[in-house]
Structures are given as C-alpha cells and as structure tokens.
Design a protein around this ligand. Structure first.
Ligand code: NAP
Length: 488
C-alpha cells in the first residue's frame, strides 16, 4: 500500500480499545480484485473473539450512554474531520481491496463522512414527548433511550459508507458497536477504526472484528447482550440473520438486495435519461444494491434511447481503479464474473440481442465488458435476479399500466427510477411503484439526508435522515401521577 499515513493499514482487529490477533492466530488472505495479488491478511476470528468484543462493548455502554449528546457529537465530528483529512489514503485502500476507480472511492469516503456530520448534528435533537392524559391527575411522558450494544454486519461493495451509515446514528445516540466487515474488504473498516481510536471514542465503544461470517454472525445474533442487529447484504443472508435474531427477539435493520427498474417514458428528456441510466447502472461496475437492473423504454423513444445509451457505454474505460483514466473497475471475484456471464448467455438464449459488450474483457481476471442487451424477454433470468454486474438489459413497453406491473413484478422493493415530464404521470407512477426509493429524473438519489431503505424482501428499517435514528432508540413511556394540588 502506498500510503502517506501508513498507520491506516492494519492487519489486526480492534476489540475493547486494543489491536489484537485471533485467539488461534488464524488469518484470512485478502486479494486485490484487479491484479488478483494478495494485499495482506486479517485475523480469522470466531465465536470467542466475538463474545469478547460484545462484552467490551457492554462494559463501555453505561459510560457512553451517560455522556451528553453534545459530548458524543464532538467525538463524532473529530472522527469525521480525521476521515476527511485522510481521504486520499482511505480511497487508495478502498480501490486496492474493492476495485472501484479512485474517484468513486474518494466519493464514497466523503459520502461516508457526510453521514457522520449529519448525525453529529441530528443526535442533539432526540426529543421526547408529553402527551395529554385523559385522567386529570396524570401526565404521559415519552423519552427515547439507546437500545444498547449494536452488532453491524456490512458488505464489500461499499466498504466504508455502509459502516458509517450504521455507526454514526448508533454511536451518536449512545450505543456501542461491534462491526463485522466483509472478508473481501476489511482494510477500509480497520482504517476507520484507527481514526475512531484517534478521534477519542472510549475503549469498547467502537469494535471491528474480521473472520468467519457464520460464527461471528451467530454469536452477534444469539448473544442476549446484543440488543440490535443492523445488516447490509444479500436477502439470502438477511433471512438467516432474521431467523437467528428471533431467538433473543432483537431489534433488526435489514438493508438487502434490490432489482431496480429504470423507466423511460415517451415524454422524458432522453439525454438526461441516458446520463441517469449510465450513472445508475455502471457505478461500481454495476455492483450496487440500487443499480438499475431492468431498463424499460417506451416504444416511441426506444430506438433513440438505445442508440444514445450504447454510444455512452462505448466511452466507459475499464481498467485498474488506480489508473487515472479508469472509470469502471473489475468485478469483486470470479464467482461474480461467472454469474454475469451466465446472465448474459441465458438472456441471449432466450431472445436478447447484444448491443455492445457481452463478454469477458480483454484484461482478463475479474474484468467484464460494459454490456447492453436489447429486446430482452421475460423468460431471461436477468429479468428476475439481481445481476450485480455491468449489464443493462433493455425492455420495450407501450402503456403506463403495463410498465408499472412489470416494474413491480419482483420480490424486491429497494430503489426504482423513472424519467418523465408530465406532472400527473409523475405522481401516478411514483405512488404506484412498490419501492422504498423512487427516483424521478435523477440516477443518483443517495445522500445522508434521505431515508434509505427497501420494502418487500429488500429489507426492514431506514438508514440516513432523522428516521435513521429510530432504529437505535427505544421509546419509553413514563406514567406520572401528579399527587399535589393543581396549581392555578
Ligand atoms: P452477503 O454475501 O450477504 O455478505 C454481506 C455480509 O454478510 C458480509 O460481511 C459477509 O461476510 C456476511 N455474511 C455472509 N454469510 C453470513 C452468515 N451466515 N452470517 C452472518 N454474516 C454473514 O452480501 P455481499 O455479497 O457482500 O453484498 C452484496 C449484496 O448486498 C447484494 O445483494 C446487494 O444488493 C446487497 N446490498 C444492499 C444494500 C442496501 O442498502 N440495501 C447496500 C449494499 C449492498 P463474509 O464477507 O465474511 O462472507
């Protein structure tokens, strides 16, 4: 790693304020998805180390929750400042372990920092309530308190933001956190822990441990000390964690998979729709939960959209994310590459045409060509499954009702997009789409101020915005009897 601040590259876990190895010294090797070369090793922790981290977090809880919101906010701000100060190194670490282009990594680090900034301010406004009681001598008082120790499990596609989006509200309201990052991108998480330590979080408040997903996940979900699980990842793993969490009736937040429709109506501004689709589909090489996965284009503008879209896709420069000119990196691993290959071959077998791309990239390894498929049919797997790769399947439609039904025909309900100008149509379609996020005339809806999250099998709960605090708070009702004489 070529870093200015070499202390950011850690190959140990951070538990109870100490940097530690796994108890049996086992490690996991982490590879660069662009070069396939090893970057380093992280501890392979299991049940015992997870218990230690949970206990350290619990020991820190009382002191942390009893600090004032302002005191916690000051430490959060210091963490944010340190992240911004180290943005270049953090982006470098991310690109080396995750593959996304440096500019995207930098954007993600700053986005992650913006969640900390937002919650450092918002946690000062965790208000309670006083409700009029129907009986004359009583008062109903509502206060909000931190849930307790939080277990957070995060994916590889956003190795930094998925951590800050959970931890900033949790830490801000007074909950200590135990984080398990994805095994393919642990170094971004460990670098955040280096800066959290420097920012002044007391020992045990911020813990990161790497290792066996199933062992760590089982302990986090079944240990009664943990009061809340916040997970971002696949729907499949989310369902396992939900079942495990039932044994101790934990609060849960689930940010799961998506299968976003991207609709272009006949009155859309086609040039805007093309740039929105490029941004939504090809960011992070198509490996985001809110990537456009099915592009529905009205028959009257289909040819125009397809021609302009393919022209833009041809300009995408695939390569190692560390190279300045690259704007699309590799896929995360061979398993992902095989899934993309399979989806494209299956779509072609069921009637689709390749408009551009359609094969492994000449760079080999984990690189795949940015691909556009036209005339895709509803028999293709890609119509129903999340591809998580740089493939844009395009479908033709002729009526509003038809496209709304097609868009909603999925168990997922995270993000959706559409481009239109008629205000009546905009309201009608926005209300009819069964999605947690409806993005109208823009391909990039994410920011700290919005309630991010899905419906149906895309998840439970919201992250970001004032609503993101609720997931880490319990509501307590105080029934107060007013025993003195009423005052005038
Ligand atoms: P994943 O396979 O579900 O893994 C996510 C995390 O869960 C990783 O840390 C993984 O650890 C861990 N994990 C795997 N099996 C586990 C188990 N049995 N118990 C506990 N933890 C376990 O997902 P991914 O491939 O990393 O990420 C891609 C998926 O995430 C996509 O479906 C995408 O749509 C979704 N996603 C959703 C959002 C959202 O906000 N809704 C955001 C980003 C991504 P290891 O790495 O050690 O296996």
């Amino acid at each position: 790693m070529e870093l200015k601040n070499k202390s950011l590259f850690k190959q140990e876990c951070f538990i109870g304020g100490k940097w530690v190895k796994s108890l049996n010294n086992d490690t996991i090797q982490v590879d660069n998805p662009a070069t396939l070369k090893s970057i380093g090793n992280v501890p392979k922790c299991g049940k015992e180390e997870t218990k230690n981290a949970i206990e350290a977090a619990n020991d820190a809880f009382l002191n942390w929750k009893n600090k004032t919101a302002k005191e916690r906010s000051i430490i959060l701000k210091q963490w944010q400042d340190l992240i911004i100060k180290n943005v270049d190194d953090l982006a470098h670490i991310m690109t080396v372990e995750q593959g996304k282009p440096l500019a995207e990594s930098k954007g993600e680090i700053l986005m992650g920092a913006s969640y900390i900034e937002f919650y450092a301010e918002e946690v000062k406004r965790v208000y309670g309530d006083i409700i009029p009681d129907p009986l004359p001598d009583r008062r109903i008082v509502v206060i909000k308190q931190p849930v307790g120790v939080v277990g957070a499990i995060t994916p590889w596609n956003f190795p930094s933001t998925m951590i800050t989006r959970k931890c900033a509200p949790a830490l801000g309201v007074g909950c200590p956190v135990v984080i398990k990052p994805a095994s393919q991108t642990p170094f971004s998480a460990l670098a955040l822990a280096v800066l959290a330590e420097e920012a002044g979080f007391p020992p045990g408040v911020f813990n990161v441990l790497t290792g066996s997903a199933s062992e760590i996940g089982k302990e986090l979900t079944e240990n009664p000390i943990v009061k809340k699980i916040s997970f971002t990842g696949s729907t499949e793993v989310g369902k396992i964690l939900l079942k495990q969490s039932a044994s101790t009736v934990k609060k849960v937040s689930m940010e799961l998979g998506g299968h976003a429709p991207f609709i272009v109506f006949e009155d859309a501004n086609i040039d805007e729709a093309v740039s929105g689709a490029i941004m939504s589909k090809f960011r992070n090489s198509g490996q985001t939960c809110i990537c456009a996965n099915r592009l529905f284009v009205h028959e009257k503008v289909y040819e125009e959209f397809l021609e302009k879209f393919v022209k833009k896709v041809a300009e995408i420069k695939v390569g190692n994310g560390l190279e300045e000119s690259t704007n699309s990196g590799p896929l995360i691993d061979q398993y992902s590459l095989e899934k993309v290959k399979d989806h494209v071959q299956d779509a072609v077998k069921t009637g689709a045409k390749i408009a551009i791309g359609g094969d492994i990239h000449k760079l080999g390894g984990n690189f795949y060509q940015p691909t556009v498929l036209s005339n895709v049919t509803n028999k293709a797997k890609i119509t129903y499954e999340e591809t998580f790769g740089p493939v844009a399947p395009i479908y033709k439609f002729s009526s509003d009702e038809e496209v709304i039904n097609l868009a909603n025909d999925t168990p997922y309900g995270l993000a959706s997009y559409f481009y239109a100008r008629d205000i009546g149509k905009i309201w009608k379609v926005a209300e009819a789409l069964e999605y947690g996020i409806v993005s109208v005339n823009t391909g990039l809806p994410t920011k700290a101020e919005i309630p991010f999250g899905g419906v149906k099998e895309s998840g439970l709960g919201r992250e970001g915005s004032k609503y993101g605090l609720d997931d880490y708070l319990e509501i307590k009702y105080l029934s107060l009897i007013h025993i003195s004489e009423p005052t005038r």
